[in-house]
Design a protein around this ligand. Structure first.
Ligand SMILES: NC(=O)c1ccc[n+]([C@@H]2O[C@H](COP(=O)([O-])OP(=O)(O)OC[C@H]3O[C@@H](n4cnc5c(N)ncnc54)[C@H](O)[C@@H]3O)[C@@H](O)[C@H]2O)c1
Length: 266
C-alpha cells in the first residue's frame, strides 16, 4: 500500500539497529514511498546491529555518527548533502538509551553522571542534530523533522524512570527549535508519542510485557505497531502535513485520551 508520498524527497534516518527498530520500519516505508535515504547510527551499533543489511536492501549509504558528538553530526550532515547533491527534506531522530535503566537503578536512587548521559543521548542529541542542520542550512523549505517520544513525558509511568524526563526535554526542543525553523525555512518539527513497541530499547524497560498488554487493553484501537508508526512518519514527511508543527502527536490507538477501560477491570 504505497502512494509515492515521498517521491523525490531525501532524508536522514537515525536509529535503525535491527529489523524490530522503529527507524528500520520508517526507512523501509519511506523508501517504498519513493524517498532516498542516508542511514546513520552510533559507531558501536555498526558492530552489534544489522544496519548494513537494511542499507543493502534499500540501497542507502550508512554514515556512522554518535549523536552526542558535534563533530560526527557535522560530518554526517555535510556528507549527506554532498551525497544527495542538495538539501534534506526530512530527518527522523529515533534514539534512546538510559544507563540507569540498563543498570536497574530505581528512580529514587539514580546515578546523576549516568543521568547526564541519558539526557545527552536521548534528548540533547535532538538539539545537537537540529543545530547542525541549522548551521549548515541543510534543510530544504517545507522540510519535516520528527523525533520519537513516549507518553511518560506527560503522565507518570514509574518504570520508565529517567527516560520520562528525557522525553519531556525532547518534546520541548521540538517546540523551541520548531519556532526558529518555521520562521526561517518553513520547516516543521514534531514529536510522535508512540505506543509501547517490542524493540531492543522498548524491551529494556522494566516490566515491559505487562506495560505492553496494559496499553493494548486500555487503547480502543490497541497498540500502534512499528509499521503503523512508519506509515505515520511517512505522512509527516509528506506534503500533506505542511502546516503541522511544534506538536507532540499521539500515535497510540487512543491510549492518551482514556481514563478507564472496562475491559481492564474485568
Ligand atoms: N519501543 C517502544 O516501546 C517505544 C515507545 C515510544 C517511543 N520509543 C522511542 O523510539 C525511539 C527508537 O527506539 P526503538 O524502540 O526503535 O529501539 P531501538 O533500540 O531499535 O533504537 C534505539 C536506537 O538508538 C540508537 N542509539 C543509542 N545511543 C546512540 C548514540 N549515542 N548515537 C546514535 N544513536 C544511538 C541505538 O543504536 C538504536 O538504534 C527511541 O527514541 C525510543 O525512546 C520507543
Amino acid at each position: 500500500m504505497n502512494h509515492n508520498l515521498l517521491q523525490g524527497k531525501k532524508g536522514i534516518i537515525f536509529g535503525a539497529l535491527d529489523e524490530q527498530s522503529i527507524a528500520w520500519k520508517v526507512a523501509e516505508q519511506c523508501t517504498a514511498e519513493g524517498a532516498q535515504i542516508v542511514l546513520t547510527n552510533a559507531p558501536v551499533a555498526m558492530r552489534f546491529g544489522k544496519i548494513h543489511e537494511l542499507a543493502e536492501k534499500i540501497h542507502a549509504p550508512v554514515i556512522p555518527a554518535d549523536a552526542t558528538s558535534m563533530e560526527d553530526l557535522e560530518k554526517l550532515v555535510s556528507e549527506s548533502v554532498a551525497h544527495f547533491g542538495g538539501g534534506l527534506d526530512f530527518v527522523l531522530h529515533s534514539i534512546g538509551m538510559s544507563l540507569n535503566m540498563r543498570k536497574k537503578r530505581e528512580y529514587t536512587d539514580l546515578n546523576h553522571d549516568w543521568m547526564h548521559k541519558t539526557l545527552d543521548i536521548s534528548a540533547i542529541s535532538f538539539h545537537r542534530v537540529m543545530q547542525t542542520l541549522w548551521k549548515q542550512d541543510a534543510m530544504n523549505e517545507w522540510g519535516s523533522i520528527v523525533a520519537l517520544s513516549y507518553i511518560a513525558a506527560q503522565r507518570v509511568f514509574p518504570d520508565y524512570n529517567e527516560m520520562a524526563d528525557a522525553k519531556a526535554l525532547l518534546e520541548s526542543f521540538a517546540r523551541s527549535f520548531g519556532y526558529h525553523f518555521g520562521q526561517r525555512k518553513k520547516v516543521r518539527v514534531n514529536t510522535v508519542s508512540q505506543s509501547p513497541t517490542v524493540t531492543t530499547a522498548g524491551s529494556g524497560v522494566k516490566g515491559f510485557d505487562d506495560f505492553f498488554s496494559y496499553a493494548e487493553k486500555m487503547s480502543p484501537l490497541g497498540n500502534a505497531s512499528a509499521e503503523d508508526c512508519a506509515r505515520f512518519c511517512a505522512v509527516l514527511f509528506s506534503d500533506y502535513t505542511r502546516m503541522v508543527t511544534m506538536q507532540n502527536l499521539y500515535h497510540d490507538g487512543g491510549f492518551s485520551s482514556m481514563g478507564v477501560n472496562p475491559a481492564l477491570l474485568q
